[in-house]
Each structure stands twice: as C-alpha cells, then as structure tokens.
Design a protein around this ligand. Sequence first.
Ligand code: CMP
Length: 147
Amino acid sequence: MERTLILVKPDAVQRGLTGEIITRFERKGLKLVGARFLQISNDLAARHYAVHKSKPFYNDLIKYITSGPVMAMALEGKGAVAVCRKLMGATFGKDAEPGTIRGDFAMDKLNIVHGSDSIENAEYEISLYFKPDDLVEYELNNGRWIN
Ligand code: CMP
C-alpha cells in the first residue's frame, strides 16, 4: 500500500495545531504507520531538501524547518501521496482553497505542513526519518469501512 511522509512544521507545532492536522489525515482514512516528534538538524534538513539546493529560497527553507520541533509521520493509504497533497492544498496559504489544511490555517510562506510530492520521494523521505523497524504493520479496525 502507498505511503507518504508528512511533517507538521515548526509554525504549526508552535501554534498548537499538531493534533488538528493529524486529525485531518486520520478522518480522511489515512493510516498512521509511523510517528516521531523531533528537532530537525541542519544535516537532515539538507538531505530532505537537497532537490531545492539551487533555489533562491533554500537558505530560508532550511532556517524555517530547523526553527523548532516538527511531528514527522508516515501515512498509508490508496494513492496516499496525491490524497495528502490535496488535503494540504496549494503551497502557500494565500493560494490554498478553504477546507484544505493550508487554506484553513496558513497565510503566507510558513505553510504549516509538508507532504511528499511523488511516490519515489516519499520512499526516500520516509527513510530519512524512520528505520524500517519504526514503521508498524497493522490492520485498522475500521479499515473495511474505508476501503
Ligand atoms: P514543502 O512542502 O515543505 O516543500 C518544499 C518547500 O519549499 C515548500 O513546502 C515551501 O515551504 C518552500 N517553497 C517552495 N517554493 C518556495 C518559494 N517560491 N519561496 C519560498 N519557499 C518556497
């Protein structure tokens, strides 16, 4: 089953939105298979955002994601990568539709939440935050009511 990496970013943690954001994904029917609350190091941030290294916003992005603790989660479900991106909404809050996480909670470039943008990147990003043993295989009790 497809998996994706979600980060509840430092601004969301500081604003007390961690639980609300986890709830959005849970209610949709995504299965939580890994969770870790951590402070991202400069080294981990650089590995996570390596594809953006040449971008003008790279330094600000590293500063932002290392500015406080994050909640990292591996979520599982049919089409999890695309489904989570829809739930998150457009990259910046001002452009995101109401009803999406960013549309409801973000105004600008502090965009509350990260989600992998492809299945390939999801596998890579999950491996940055979780060892294989950290991910839990189990059946959701209500799974048959979701799928
Ligand atoms: P995220 O989903 O974490 O993936 C890459 C991040 O880069 C993105 O969310 C934004 O936080 C950031 N980002 C993308 N484009 C820009 C931009 N034009 N200016 C500043 N930050 C950006």
